[in-house]
Structures are given as C-alpha cells and as structure tokens.
Design a protein around this ligand. Structure first.
Ligand code: C2E
Ligand code: MG
Ligand code: MG
Ligand code: MG
Length: 286
C-alpha cells in the first residue's frame, strides 16, 4: 500500500510538473505576441522622504495588459521572460517607456526627482545592453543622474566579473544603483561589498513585523546602522501603516515606499498626486 501511495504521489507530482511546463510555454508564446503589440504599461509608486514626507522619486513597475485577462502582475511573467531571453526586449521597452515618461514630467517642471527602474541582471549579459541604454538616453535627452537602477542579487551570480565591470561603468556614467529586496538573498552582504551600490531597499518581508516582531526589528536596525557606516541611502519597502512609518522615522531610515502612501498607479494618476504635492510644498514654504 505504501508503495502504491508513493507511486500515486509521484503521478500527482509529475502531472503538476507537466501542467506547469505547459503553462510556462503558453505564457512565453503569449509574451511574444505582447512584445510585438507592446501590450504593457508602467505603473508608478512614490518614494517618500521620511522626514519631510515629500515625494522624492518613484519606482516604475511593469504590468502586462492582456487582451483577455486584464492586467497581469510582473510576478507572473518576469521570471519566464528571463528564462526565454524575452527580458531583453521587454527590458528595453521598460527603459524606453520610463525615460519618455520621465522626460514628460521634467518638461512639466518636476525637479529633485529620481525615477527608479528595475533592471534584471540577465540584461547585463547582453552585449548590446550599454549601447541600447545610451541610445534611449540620447533620444529622450535624459541625464542618468535622474535614474536609479534597482537590482536584486538573484541572477547576478553567473558572471560576477562582467557584472562588476558593467555596474562600475553605469555608476561612473551617473546612474544611482540600488540593491532591491535587501536581506532576502543568500549573499546580500558580499554583494554590497563587491558592487558599487548607493542605496539598499529593505525587503517588505522585514517591514511587516517591525515594531511587533522582535527579530524583524533587530534586522532592520542592523541594516540601518550598517548602511550608515557604508554611507548608503536606505529605502523601506512595503510600508503599509502609520505605525511602521513612525517607527522607521525614529530609527533614522531615509525613505519609504508602500501602500501607506500609494499603490503603484498609472502615470496620469501619479502625476496628479505628484504635482499636487509639489504645489502644496511650494505654498507652505512661501
Ligand atoms: P520590487 O522591485 O521589489 O517591487 C516592489 C513590489 O512590492 C511591487 O510589486 C509593489 O507593488 C509591491 N509593493 C509596494 N508597496 C507595497 C506594500 O505596501 N505592501 C505590499 N504587500 N506590497 C507592496 P509588483 O509590482 O507586483 O512587482 C513585483 C516584482 O516584479 C518587483 O519587486 C520586481 O522584482 C519585479 N518587477 C516589477 N517591474 C519590473 C520591471 O520593470 N523590470 C523587472 N526586471 N522587474 C520588475
Ligand atoms: Mg524594485
Ligand atoms: Mg523589492
Ligand atoms: Mg522583488
């Protein structure tokens, strides 16, 4: 009976595996069409200075506008795009679209603002990467100083020498570099030491339990004091409540991002709150 049970479990497992493989193929096929039609959109989520509570930047987050299924979140397709190599074309579209949007806002009078763009480490492996980036900057007349590139440690492992060379180049070129999801990977600390990051983003899983869960609080405090020593800016991700914000302020965290301020929203909606906040702060300082 045990053997039979084992066998049926095996069948369940392999059916599940099969189903997932088929599903991934289907998504990759649909992505190919979506890339041709540019069926994507970027949403923007503000990054707020914890002391002044002013918007100092935003993160661009991609969504797939699926003709039948509506908006699909990046957790459901980025990894597949990375596996198939489609991330090159998708990443280029994301960078181009983010730069165009940034230019529009700059032309409307926005200043002291950085746009954060997620960069899949897979793109660093592509020989055309830098020339594509330069072309988009030039076309949109964007200064890299207004852009922050967010990288996670997963995927950076494959060719550390080449990744290091490229990240140094991007940094010299003027981009700010942020380490995303800090604390979730195996080698967050050695990555911080090896690569020229300006900023760390504390992963939202640590912010969740801050103030209630002693382990999370100790970890966040440790990250903050380490970042201070290394002269890195710290952004807390996933700030959902006033209590979390107040506690992070008390601990000396620089910036916050999360549903407490705003969910990621389409560009027009983002611009409304952005220009309202600039206008209000001008009024109050006048
Ligand atoms: P991430 O870069 O760490 O982005 C933050 C994620 O946390 C976003 O999920 C955002 O919607 C979510 N978030 C923000 N505030 C809160 C909060 O207060 N509470 C909670 N529970 N969640 C919050 P999203 O948009 O689903 O993106 C998931 C991940 O997909 C991103 O994590 C990033 O790794 C990847 N991704 C998104 N856009 C892009 C992109 O343009 N390029 C690449 N390569 N990856 C992207
Ligand atoms: Mg990010
Ligand atoms: Mg993150
Ligand atoms: Mg993430």
């Amino acid at each position: 009976a045990a053997k039979e049970q084992g066998r049926s479990r095996y069948h369940l497992f392999s059916n599940e595996m099969h189903r997932r493989i088929v599903e991934r193929h289907r998504i990759a096929d649909e992505l190919r069409v979506a890339l041709q039609n540019e069926d994507f959109v970027l949403h923007y989520q503000p990054q707020v200075d914890i002391v002044s509570e002013k918007i100092v930047g935003a993160e661009a987050l991609v969504r797939w506008k699926h003709p039948q299924k509506g908006l699909i979140m990046p957790g459901n397709f980025i990894e597949i795009a990375e596996e198939t190599g489609q991330i090159q074309q998708l990443g280029e579209w994301i960078f181009k679209t983010a730069c165009k949007q940034l230019k529009i806002w700059l032309n409307q009078g926005l200043d002291d603002f950085k746009l954060a763009i997620n960069l899949s480490a897979h793109r660093l492996e592509h020989s055309d990467f830098l020339s594509k980036v330069e072309k988009i900057l030039l076309l949109n007349n964007i200064n890299p100083q207004q852009i922050e590139l967010e990288l996670t440690e997963s995927g950076m492992l494959r060719d550390t020498e080449k990744a290091l060379e490229l990240l140094n180049h991007l940094k010299l070129r003027g981009f700010a570099l942020a380490m995303d999801d800090f604390g979730t990977g195996y080698s967050s600390l050695s990555y911080l030491k090896r690569y020229p990051f300006d900023q760390v983003k504390i992963d939202k899983s640590f912010i969740k339990g801050i103030n209630q869960n002693n382990d999370d609080t100790v970890l966040v405090k440790t990250i903050l004091s380490m970042a201070q020593h290394l002269k890195l800016t710290v952004v807390a991700e996933g700030v959902e409540t006033y209590e979390q914000l107040a506690y992070l302020r008390e601990l000396g965290c620089d910036r916050a991002q999360g549903f407490y301020f705003s969910r990621p929203v389409p560009p027009d909606e983002f611009a409304e709150s952005l220009f309202a906040s600039q206008f209000n702060s001008e009024l109050s300082s006048a």
